[in-house]
Design a protein. Structure first.
Length: 137
């Protein structure tokens, strides 16, 4: 059985709490992606719900299904991209930690990119909702 002293080390061992922090970050991104997927599914089916609601009342549907389907699908695709990027970043982080390399800071991080895309989608949803109010009233 190899002894801990027999193992080659490039430097002092990294504190395991650093690895746990990297793993918690990955898990937070997975939760974010899952929430975005769930919300995307709800948005995609919202147009169908409005059409069924209008049909039950005997009224003509006011909202096209296509807009909510496009928005919902884009949220699900964004969530898939978030999961992919989060896993790749986690792998890179662990490799850099194992090699005792400094962690690079990027001005355009995953957090800022996802925030910007979600802000754009939010503005589109607000426009969709206001357009629905304007055509219904």
């Amino acid at each position: 059985m190899p002894n801990a002293n027999d193992m080659p080390q490039a430097g002092p061992p990294v504190d395991p709490r650093v690895y746990f922090a990297a793993e918690r970050t990955l898990l937070a991104w997975i939760r974010t992606g899952l929430a975005m997927m769930g919300f995307g599914f709800v948005v995609a089916r919202f147009g169908v719900f409005l059409r069924e609601l209008a049909a039950a009342r005997g009224a003509a549907p006011q909202h096209p299904v296509g807009a909510s389907l496009v928005l919902g699908t884009s949220l699900v695709l964004l969530a898939v991209a978030v999961h992919f990027v989060a896993v790749v970043r986690h792998w890179r982080t662990v490799r850099r930690l194992e090699a005792n390399l400094p962690m690079p800071l990027h001005p355009l991080s995953l957090v800022s990119l996802v925030s910007l895309v979600l802000a754009v989608i939010g503005v589109v949803v607000v426009g969709y909702l206001l357009l629905g109010v304007a055509t219904a009233g």
